[in-house]
Design a protein around this ligand. Structure first.
Ligand SMILES: [Ca+2]
Ligand SMILES: [Ca+2]
Ligand SMILES: [Ca+2]
Length: 357
């Protein structure tokens, strides 16, 4: 690239920074930015969750998971958006939710979608432009998450987390999409939630959600500042996490605290995510107990990420191995069928065998 062109692009990129963007000393290459402009979710940057959490209910005397978890079928990228779909109580389609034990359910009701960054981030400014699901009974959420179990002296759980969740509660304690639950956590018992009035978020418009996470330094007091459309509406100063976590975006179905999902289908759309690290001295590293559990692993061999393993994948993989110019794999990990973290002719042999067999 010509040096002038590079300089022009850099200048352009700086001019494109939105007004009110946080001013920090972070280098540009340090910023995580995703505008979902690709045709698929970049597997080098993102994990797709396939798991169930949220508790059980008793139906006809039998204990069952309340919701259908989150599944990869409910995660899509289109028109520059991450689209997370949720199916409510009126859904009668063919999708099947997932149980806590990993088996599929008999229906797809109360089943959503969620993704998380592959990388971990600590202190920083987290900004998300999104249009939340305009329904009660489901939760549009963005959160950092880091979870550890320590068995050295009985079970001790570390749960470092920062949440923005819809719906919140209004002054009369009713479910409200004009309020967000803003929570900071350090264990499952040590947390504080505030329901923050932030104006009607189910107005069909995109809004900007941001939290500035300060783990603390010589000049910064540990705190989390919550901004809605650029306006600081709440500052959390208790139970401030310090461990680096993954950033999650999800639409899921809480058991008691979001209302009843009396609808068939709804979506939570995310236009972009920007994480600008602060690298404060209060940052501590992640030490997750189960960093690799609960993720969709894709269709083995499906390197072009079209949902099936076919001869097209073998062609793509072969081109990649002989370095045909312009070849790139949408999901190289799906091609690592001889699982050693690299792609070579052994993977191609495995793929061919799979297609023949
Ligand atoms: Ca976008
Ligand atoms: Ca394929
Ligand atoms: Ca391999």
């Amino acid at each position: 690239m010509h040096r002038e062109m590079a300089a022009a692009l850099t200048a352009g990129a700086m001019l494109l920074l939105p007004a009110g963007a946080p001013v920090t000393g972070a280098a540009q290459e340090d910023v995580f930015f995703e505008d979902f402009s690709g045709s698929t979710l970049d597997p080098d940057k993102w994990l797709i969750a396939e798991k169930n959490w949220g508790g059980t209910v008793t139906e006809n005397g039998v204990s069952a998971d309340y919701n259908g978890g989150v599944i990869h079928e409910n995660v899509a990228v289109r028109d520059g958006m991450l689209v997370l779909t949720g199916y409510g109580n009126e859904y009668e389609g063919a999708l099947r939710g997932i149980c806590r034990n990993g088996t599929r359910r008999e229906d797809g009701r109360r089943c959503g979608g969620a993704v998380a960054t592959r990388a971990y981030f600590a202190s920083g400014s987290y900004e998300i432009r999104a249009r939340i699901a305009p329904e009660l009974g489901c939760c549009s959420a963005m959160w950092t998450f880091e979870y550890e179990e320590d068995y050295t002296d009985g079970l001790r759980v570390t749960n470092h987390e920062i949440d923005i969740e819809f719906p919140g509660r209004d002054a009369g304690d009713a479910f409200s999409l004009s309020h967000a639950l803003c929570t900071t956590w350090v264990t499952e018992e040590d947390y504080r939630t505030r329901s923050v009035a932030c104006g009607d978020q189910a107005d069909g418009q995109f809004h900007t959600y941001r939290f500035d996470w300060h783990t603390g330094s010589d000049t910064e007091v540990p705190r989390v500042e919550y901004y809605f459309d650029g306006e600081l509406l709440y500052t959390a100063d208790a139970y401030i996490p310090t461990n680096a976590g993954r950033l999650w975006l999800g639409l899921w179905f809480p058991r008691y605290w979001a209302g009843t999902p009396d609808f068939e289908r709804t979506v939570f759309e995310v236009d972009y995510l920007r994480i600008t690290p602060f690298h404060e001295s209060g940052d501590t590293p992640q030490n997750e107990s189960y960093p690799d559990d609960g993720w969709y692993t894709g269709v083995p061999g499906d390197v072009n990420a079209d949902g099936v393993c076919s001869v097209l994948d073998a062609v793509q993989l072969q081109k990649q191995l002989v370095r045909v110019p312009g070849t790139s794999l949408a999901d190289w990990r799906a091609g690592d069928l001889y699982p050693d973290g690299v792609l070579d002719v052994r993977d191609l042999c495995c793929l061919r065998r799979r297609l023949i067999g």
